[in-house]
Design a protein around this ligand. Structure first.
Ligand code: NAD
Ligand code: A1AUG
Length: 569
């Protein structure tokens, strides 16, 4: 066409029309679809889902599964074999797996970076189809396998597994596909489209993305690895040692749905060895991390030190720890406070990054709240998660057990602290810690300012007229800003507190517990030292894993170089 027009063989109008149609930039043409949050199943006795889950648990507990490394789509092993045990019965091995060696990690980097180029050429609509198919597999055929692996490997109760390894995972996969589709609708302004057409295309990041996952949410592992992949990136996925099997099942499902070999490489590894290897690679395009502050700080520092050697500036997402609060005002509804605080502090043994671990209660309500908390706490059964009446299982491993119990011992020996419920622990069979409630005279005691990540709730009781001081302590006494809840029926106070605590959390709750965010309903992430606040489960997250390219395509020949005011008459 260009040749024809240069030769002046078609009229001006024809040329413009034809050239618009002949734009080299293809329209994305993605089918419209909407998605909804996956319903949470109830697991009532006798229900189909309960039977299926019990069968899956029985089968999985029988013999350990061997989990290979997967590099470039090929299964392999290494000399360094490890075991994933059941935290509530640590003599029982759930899975055997291998640590990738530095050479294997280098190979994975090469595979991911190579695969990225071809994968990025696959139209987004095709990638979306794979994601939607995978979500259906997770919601149906593999739901109970995912849940059983999460229950046995990460010691979650049935309902905690269901909201994580079924619903949240499925929601991440479906909603990210939906958000990717929505993003691709954006068209830059083209005031005269027949002369100049502006467009935008989203490329995956050149090189590879390292997805480093925590133990506590199966869904987070899947989201960390597969959102960059959805957007056209090549990935090295390092799951947590204590969430290997559930994460491997996600890998298998995504592969069955159609993710080609090499796009995501499943590489369990020693943490520091993995961190050192990826941060030294010239091809590092991004780190998608969720875990503790010290680990993210180490990765960030290493990236900073190596910054001159990268091909691109690596994208850094890190969702980290918290010291989440429940602030109770004298106008609060006591029953809501008690139930919300018990659930937030003790569900999944307080091992949600959003779990409430510091609470501030006014003197005028303390008597009733104390009574409610102690009575409810006494009802919580701690035990094997295969017993459906257990409210809590065990904490994840011996390291967590030592850390959590050291805070309980600190409470026992400190004159400022009083344990009013729980306080016992036992690791003979599993890493069991009782849900523990402590009262602290000192709102700045380390138990009220450091992340414990276990079933320990500490309460400071304040004089009702000192609410202003307490707001200041809530905001300033920790380096974190992840989640927090304010309980008050006085709406004037709620409005005031919301402004006063504007920077204290990434997720803020009013008369509701600080845990339990739902994908697309409460996009999740914290600020300050709680992370980069990129809001997993929200519409902007997918864009972190794309490198947009602006394209300006001009259809009319440029006939002169001089400015209009220079033109000779
Ligand atoms: N903000 C959030 O969204 C969110 C969500 C879940 C968990 N968390 C936080 O995660 C923490 C608990 O998870 P965890 O115990 O798995 O955290 P962690 O920091 O111990 O481990 C996270 C991952 O990093 C790996 N790792 C360890 N050292 C490394 C290194 N030097 N280089 C690279 N990788 C390394 C681990 O093997 C694991 O895969 C808590 O602090 C919790 O608050 C935050
Ligand atoms: N999104 C989860 C927490 C994830 C971190 O562990 C919640 O809101 O409770």
């Amino acid at each position: 066409m260009l040749t024809l027009s240069r030769l002046g063989l078609i009229s001006n109008l024809q040329r413009l029309t034809t050239r618009t149609i002949c734009s080299v930039v293809p329209e994305p043409k993605i089918e419209e679809f909407t998605v909804k949050n996956e319903p949470v199943l109830s697991y009532l006795p006798g229900s189909t889902e309960r039977c299926e889950l019990e069968n899956a648990l029985k089968k999985m507990a029988e013999c350990p599964e061997e989990v290979p490394l997967i590099i470039g789509g090929e299964k392999c092993t290494s000399k360094d074999q490890r075991c994933q045990v059941m935290p509530h019965n640590h003599q029982k091995t759930l899975a055997k797996f291998y640590y990738a060696s530095p050479d294997q990690l280098q190979k994975a980097i090469k595979c991911a970076s190579e695969a990225q180029k071809c994968w990025d050429a696959v139209p987004l609509r095709e990638r979306i189809k794979i994601w939607l198919k995978a979500a259906d597999l997770m919601a149906g055929k593999y739901r109970q396998e995912l849940n059983a692996a999460t229950m046995l490997g990460q010691s979650k109760t049935a309902i905690q597994a269901e909201i994580d390894s079924a619903c949240e995972l499925i929601d991440f996969i479906r909603y990210n596909a939906y958000y990717a589709k929505e993003v691709s609708k954006y068209k830059p302004v083209s005031p005269l489209p027949q002369q100049t057409l502006n467009s935008m295309r989203y490329r995956g990041l050149e090189g590879f993305v390292a997805a480093v996952a925590p133990f506590n949410f199966t869904a987070i592992g899947g989201n960390l690895a597969y959102t960059p992949a959805l957007m056209g990136c090549g990935v090295l996925w390092k799951p947590s040692d204590t969430a290997i099997l559930s994460n491997y099942i996600i890998y298998k499902i995504m592969t069955e749905a159609g993710v080609p070999p090499g796009v995501v490489n499943f590489v369990p590894a020693d943490g520091p060895c993995f961190g050192d290897t990826i941060t030294h690679s010239r091809d590092l395009a991004g780190i998608n991390f969720t875990g503790s502050v010290p680990t993210f700080n180490r990765l960030w520092t290493q990236v900073g030190k190596n910054v001159d050697n990268y091909k691109n500036y690596p994208r850094m997402i890190g969702e980290c720890g918290g010291k989440n609060f429940h602030l109770v005002h004298c106008s609060a509804d006591v029953e809501t406070v008690v139930n919300g605080s018990i659930l937030s502090a003790f569900e999944y043994c307080g091992q949600k990054c959003s779990a409430c671990s510091r609470m501030y209660v006014p003197e005028s309500l303390w008597c009733k709240i104390k009574e409610g908390l102690i009575a409810t706490r006494d009802l919580l059964k701690v035990g094997d998660v295969q017993e459906f009446d257990s409210f809590m299982g065990a904490v994840i491993d011996d390291r967590a057990f030592k850390r959590i119990t050291s805070y309980i011992e600190h409470a026992k020996s400190s004159p400022d602290l009083e344990i009013i419920g729980g306080g016992k622990y036992d690791d003979k069979c599993g890493y069991f810690v009782e849900p523990t409630i402590i009262v602290s005279k000192n709102p700045l005691d380390k138990i009220m300012t450091e992340e414990i990540f276990g079933p320990v709730l500490t309460i400071h009781v304040y004089p009702d007229n000192k609410i202003e001081d307490i707001l200041c302590i809530v905001d300033q006494s920790t380096p974190y800003a992840l989640t927090g809840a304010v309980y008050a029926q006085d709406m004037e106070f709620q409005t005031y507190a919301m402004e006063r605590l504007k920077m204290s959390t990434g997720n803020y709750y009013i008369n509701d517990k600080s845990t339990g965010s739902v994908v697309a309903q409460q996009p999740f992430g914290g600020s300050r030292m709680s992370g980069t606040n990129d809001k997993a489960g929200g519409p902007h997250y997918v864009l972190k894993w794309a490198s947009p390219q602006s394209i300006k395509e001009t259809f009319v020949p440029l006939k002169q170089w001089c400015y209009p005011y220079m033109a000779k008459k």
